[in-house]
Structures are given as C-alpha cells and as structure tokens.
Design a protein around this ligand. Sequence first.
Ligand code: PGA
Length: 242
Amino acid sequence: MRKPVIAGNWKMHMTCSQAKEFMDSFLPLLSMNTDDRHIVIAPPFTAISTLSSLLQDSPVELSSQNVHWEEKGAFTAEVSPEMLLEHQVKFAIVGHSEPRKYFSESDEQINRRAVSAQKNGLIPIVCVGETDEQREKGEAERVIRRQVEQGLEGISTSHLVVAYEPIWAIGTGKTCESEEANRICSLIREWVGSDDLIIQYGGSVKPANIDELMRMSDIDGVLVGGASLEPQSFARIANFQA
Ligand code: PGA
C-alpha cells in the first residue's frame, strides 16, 4: 500500500511571518482525517525553525528544498542533514530542475545528496524530468532513465520518493496529460523495479486537476509549486479525493 505524498514546494517564497499567516489559514481547511496521506511543506531554510514549532501538533510534515552530502565543513551556502533533523524535517527535495538549471547540479551530485539524506534518516524526494526540446526530439524517456539510474544509484527504494516533473510543465500552467504522466511514472517504476516506490507527478498541479491525477494507477502524490502558496488552493489539493 503506497501512502500518497502531497508536497508543497514554496521555493524562494514566504518569510517567517508569511509562513505563519499561511498556516493560520491553511490548517483549519484540512480534512478531519488525513492519516491516509502525507501532507508536506518545503519552505525556504529560513522558515523551517518557525514552522517546525508551529506544526508540532498538526498533520503537516516538513521537507527541505535541498540538502548537502557532508555532515559539516567548508561548504558555504549549504545545509547538512543533521541541521534539518534538529527541526524534525522528514523529507529533502534533491535534483529539482531549478538547481539543476541555475546551479548546474549534476546527476552525480544529486545522487550524493540523496544517498546522504537517506543514510541520515531523511526521505529524499528525487526530481527527474525532461525539457520541452528533449520531449520534441523524442529523447524524454532516455533522459529520464539516465536521471533515474544515476540519481538513485546505491539508494534503497523503501525510504524514497521520486518526483516526475516535466520541465516544460513547471510554472507554465501547461500540465502534462494525466495519462502521459502516468505512463512515465509507470516506466520509472519498471526501471527502478519496485512496486512500493512512491512516485509523484509535478508541474502545474492545481485544484482543477488534482483529483484526476490522483486517480492514476502509478501516481502516488504530487509536488506543487505555485498552487501551494495559497492556503485555499493547497488545502483543496491536500484534501484530494481519488
Ligand atoms: P509548479 O511547480 O506547480 O508551479 O508548476 C512545480 C515544482 O517546481 O515543483
């Protein structure tokens, strides 16, 4: 039984006071029983401590937006697993297309981040996905397969989430058709060879498409950017009905 993971990636949005304001509106909107799903927020590092105290008695869990592979050292701007665990962070996004694109993160670095996260007790959310151009050239499957194989080397599939995020669908309003997203998610499952692996879809997920996406056989959750910044819309997504 794969428990869905509904995660909101706040990217570089939300000060501590805005995060608190968000939760004041969001928490009362959640359904009474959320035991059958994980509801996760990935705030910027600066809001993690505030949210950790605020969410103590709530069903909402925390993720980081990245994590370094070393425990400590001369790695300016990086954050270690231990620093996150101190704030009860449970998940760590790695390999999101934005750090891949803007900071040239490689599959090898992403793999090191994921391995270390898992070794230290965090659940990595490893993002993969093709560009528009790669899809048009018919290279999508090959690119995703390479990201999956290199990104997940040496990783156990039991404390792991893979997020399929076609880059052309991120922040563009162009959602990948549910059937196509499901097809790629089922290919990822086949390549990884695990029926238990949690696979999310991400890219312009919104209240209008969440129920359909969550009805798909191989989509076990979503990674949401824009629509997670507004309490009503993220609550509707978290309260999905499949
Ligand atoms: P989006 O972002 O929902 O705004 O398309 C998704 C993501 O980047 O994870």
